[in-house]
Design a protein around this ligand. Sequence first.
Ligand SMILES: *[C@@H]1O[C@H](CO)[C@@H](O)[C@H](O)[C@H]1NC(C)=O
Ligand SMILES: *[C@@H]1O[C@H](CO)[C@@H](O)[C@H](O)[C@H]1NC(C)=O
Length: 511
Amino acid sequence: MTCQINIKTASFALTLITVTVLNVGFCKDTDIDPGKCVVWGPGLNPDVVLPVRYFYIQTVDSHGENINVSPAKDSFKVKITSLEKEYLRIHVPLPLDRADGSLLVRYRLYGSSSKGLKIEVMYEDKPVAKSPYTLKGPVYHEYCDCSQSDVAAWQTIMQCPEQDPQIQADFSLFPSIDLQRLSQEVPLRFAKRGGIIHYTILNNRVHRRSLGKYTDFKMFSDEILLSITRKVILPDVEFYINVGDWPMETRTASDKPGPVPIISWCGSTETRDIILPTYDITHSSLEAMRGVTNDLLSVQGNTGPVWSNKTSKAFFRGRDSREERLHLATMSEKHPELLDAGITAYFFFREREKDLGKAPLVGFFDFFKYKYQVNVDGTVAAYRFPYLTLGNSLVLKQDSPYYEHFYTHLKPGVHYIPVRRNLSDLIEKINWAKNNDAEAEIIAKTSQSLVRDLLQPHRLYCYYYSVFQIYASRQTTQPSVHPDMEAVPQPSDPTTLCNCERRSMEQRDEL
Ligand SMILES: *[C@@H]1O[C@H](CO)[C@@H](O)[C@H](O)[C@H]1NC(C)=O
Ligand SMILES: *[C@@H]1O[C@H](CO)[C@@H](O)[C@H](O)[C@H]1NC(C)=O
């Protein structure tokens, strides 16, 4: 048993060490016991097909107690190999240190494995928990079009929650959905206002037509719909996705005619749109470790210094997309000891650049050198909010009518500090945080742990599926492929080799 205490753990370990040294003469309490560590997560289940698969490691000491400080840098290693003889490229970056005694392991397959995978998790060359793990094949590449027809089984494998309060609230206004009425009304009312994509999914094949001028963002809705239909069979369904920024349906339940169920990425208290996870978190989850660097998983390993070593100031960098952001920059000049806020690009308020100046860009992970993060809306909800809540900083959130799909789970004062829309109490709130450091830290940790759970990439799939499932169940007429729709093909990648054994097995059972 060694008695190496790495510098990072020193402050935590000090009291325990003294006691242990006196009692038993060596400091096993802070040593990681690889056999007692816990390894879990969807990436250990071959049937959870995701673009980036992931699992977690919790470090545990020899008494079976969780350790809550970082292990020595790069002391955990993970090796993943295919059980086939042929080489399969698998990208496995070093585990991400989540700075609380847990690590996050991600991997991306560049092909499928029919035999399966072997996952070895090592701590200083000793196997961790039940390592090696064998994932019995087939283990499909993300591009395998091998959809599971047993939806309930897929939802169980994905550990989807029974229901989500936001989805329930969104559908409460739409007990029935008349597709004929939508196809008459939606193009007339909404096509001029931006970009609407009219989709029909029939026999699990995606078809669409674009309505309106600004429809480039359909690449994001196409991408996730194709990804879902590769994994599970969607019911036949016909719907409209608004790919613009603003939610659209302003009619209320008492209006005649009533609201229509437009699907959008952002909701507001003034509109009745049904919302989905934003294209930002969806796309970054799909493309993580392949171009995208800021995604919901990578941010978890880049949360800056430990709380006590963060600068006790509020921080903000961003574009000038809303006037309060300019107020923020002005306040920062008056209170440099409390707030470091700057505008990095001018577009909406160009005339303000000469007095406020342009702040240099700061890498996103460097935001977390600061204890407090100011979240001010952009055009709509600031899509950085989920990332900020994951960063082990206290989020000071501007009151806003806009929301994303997971906000219902967060409570002001528990998961963030609310700030008035005109920011008039921001300085007071920053002072509160400085004077109540322990409470501020608890709020930061509470939101981090909730959002880590809620926004796991596999949960995004659950959310999407549930929206389309409920929507489909409310349709009173048959979805149809309209004459001017085009089929959206699945990506073809000859290297992924998918021979959908799961599906052929089911078909055999039916005979
Ligand atoms: C905090 O910062 C100090 C000074 O840079 C450093 O010596 C110490 O190791 C840091 N503490 C932790 C827990 O990282
Ligand atoms: C800010 O908004 C509050 C209401 O939320 C209002 O009482 C206050 O006067 C406003 N302050 C300024 C400077 O506009």
